[in-house]
Write a protein that binds this ligand. Structure first.
Ligand SMILES: [Zn+2]
Length: 498
């Protein structure tokens, strides 16, 4: 996630050219600024052709390989009230219709899940602002109850058995309070703008405001979307667009997400959009969805260069499609294969969200306590890119934000033990970025970049936590990093960089 409001926080003495930037940063008051717009980015050629292949096929015939979406669900340590480790969602087939005249969402959801336990009932996260009109398995209507944000369905389930549940619902979705004190968002989930267009952002949770979901990062699933809205508006979601038809005043679009995603990485919007195609490294298809008639902002057009820069450092982009969906937000989200952003973000924000496709999307934390694993690396890469833009060494660049890092660590806690009420504060961005730089100084260039590049690939489409990452880094570098890890993730004060 990134944010748009630039707030200079430190006196950027040595790097006077830096302008406040921030994306990711979390808090304007702690982030360094973006590069001046006049600077030119180096845009090296990608080092390799894309090698990723679709890992699941569209649903017909036979359906996707649901084993791709098997997850080890857990009770989240930061937000244990959200999600249920008893459910391992495998595939969401969401057929959604938006009526902007009445602000009504009508949903027909087919969820395939694996039960991880024996029980007499199962439950999903689902907002009670929406009325569930029916829940069925194999055509049999089931008793169900909406208890707050839980949809509880009476049906026996057995460990490792799979179930296909069909849910019909309708209503006017409302976003929910976000557990944050940030200034650029206070709610998450389904949001309706002044023109009755709809969009979603949902980190660390909030997907449950518009579909029934196991709304925790540890549960990745595959997705298919069928979206209807009156013409000429369009529904947009993650993945490859596989359908586009006009049906007597109704515009129906279909999207297929071929690799599993956590629910916070799902996006969906209904609005008056123009679609523009572009091409990234190795022929990667890129799609921009922008407000009709506004044209494509130049920051979006920087996508191929941003991806090429990232591929040089991280290896091939891990998905088959990329894109950016512009919505009426103040922030940006690394929603999988289709970034969701405010129209006012910077080019550094765009690079930050693409960086998350390796760190956050390809490998995703299994618990929100490790959101630093996403934000730290995305911010470090963003800083490297910004330093390059203005022509200063990264050490000088970081010197200028070191005071902010120390301050957020003191005010918001260490990045590995943040206050649940301050999700995505500056600590997980800045302190996480400094952790990566400290590791680079400690282990040296080649081992560092080999590990940075290897980690997401080693966990392709999986979830992982800090312990698994530490073990990987120790194996790759041959160093005992336990004390280093604890000092950077849990220390009240900033450890020495080297
Ligand atoms: Zn981010």
């Amino acid at each position: 996630m990134s944010r748009r409001a630039p707030v200079p926080l430190v006196a950027l003495v040595a790097v006077a050219a830096l302008v406040a930037a921030c994306s990711s940063d979390a808090d304007g008051d702690s982030a360094p600024s973006p590069a001046p717009s006049t600077s030119t980015a180096t845009t090296p050629e990608p080092t390799s052709e894309r090698t990723s292949e679709p890992t699941s096929e569209p649903t017909e015939p036979g359906g996707p390989d649901l084993d791709l979406a098997l997850s080890e669900t857990v009770e989240d340590s930061v937000y244990p009230e959200i999600g249920d480790p008893g459910v391992d969602a495998l595939h969401y087939d969401l057929d959604l219709t938006w009526d902007p005249e009445s602000d009504t969402l009508t949903g027909h959801e087919i969820l395939t899940f694996r039960s991880t336990a024996d029980a007499e009932q199962f439950q999903l996260d689902f907002s009670d602002t929406l009325d569930v009109t029916s829940v069925a398995i194999d055509g049999t209507e089931l008793d169900h109850e909406q208890r707050g944000k839980d949809l509880v369905v009476t049906h026996p389930v057995a460990t490792d058995e799979r179930y296909v549940v069909e849910i019909r619902y309708q209503g006017t979705p409302e976003p929910v309070d976000a557990p944050t004190t940030r200034g650029d968002f206070s709610t998450t989930g389904f949001t309706i703008d002044d023109e009755h267009q709809a969009w979603t952002m949902q980190e660390p949770y909030g997907a449950f405001t518009w579909y029934a979901v196991n709304d925790q990062p540890a549960d990745k699933a595959l997705y298919d979307f069928t979206l209807q809205v009156p013409t000429p508006w369009t529904g947009v979601a993650n993945g490859e667009q596989v359908g586009d038809e006009d049906l007597e005043g109704v515009h129906r679009t279909r999207f297929h997400l071929a690799e599993p995603a956590s629910s916070y990485l799902v996006t969906m919007a209904f609005g008056d959009y123009d679609k523009t195609e572009d091409t990234g490294p190795g022929g990667l298809p890129i799609t921009y969805w922008t407000p009709a008639g506004d044209g494509v902002p130049s920051i979006l057009r920087g996508s191929p260069d941003a991806l090429a820069w990232l591929e040089e450092r991280l290896g091939p982009y891990p998905f088959d499609t990329a894109g950016i969906l512009v919505v009426d937000s103040e922030s940006g989200m690394e929603t999988q294969t289709m970034i969701t952003i405010s129209p006012d973000v910077s080019d550094a924000d765009v690079l930050h969200e693409y960086a998350h496709h390796w760190y956050g999307d390809q490998v995703t934390p299994s618990d929100w306590r490790d959101v630093w694993m996403n934000e730290g690396m995305a911010t470090y890469l963003q800083f490297l890119w910004q330093a390059e833009q203005v022509g200063v060494p990264i050490d000088d660049y970081l010197d200028d934000v070191a005071g902010s890092e120390a301050r957020t660590r003191a005010e918001n806690g260490p990045p590995g033990d943040f206050d649940p009420g301050e999700f995505a504060a500056p600590n997980v961005y800045l302190s996480g970025a400094f952790l990566w730089h400290a590791l680079r100084l400690r282990v040296g260039e080649e081992p560092f970049w080999k590990a940075v590049r290897g980690w997401p690939l080693s966990q392709d489409n999986q979830n992982a936590d800090r312990d698994t990452l530490l073990a990987y880094l120790e194996e790759q570098t041959g160093e005992d990093l336990g004390a280093f890890w604890d000092a950077w993730l849990l220390g009240d004060t900033t450890p020495p960089l080297s």
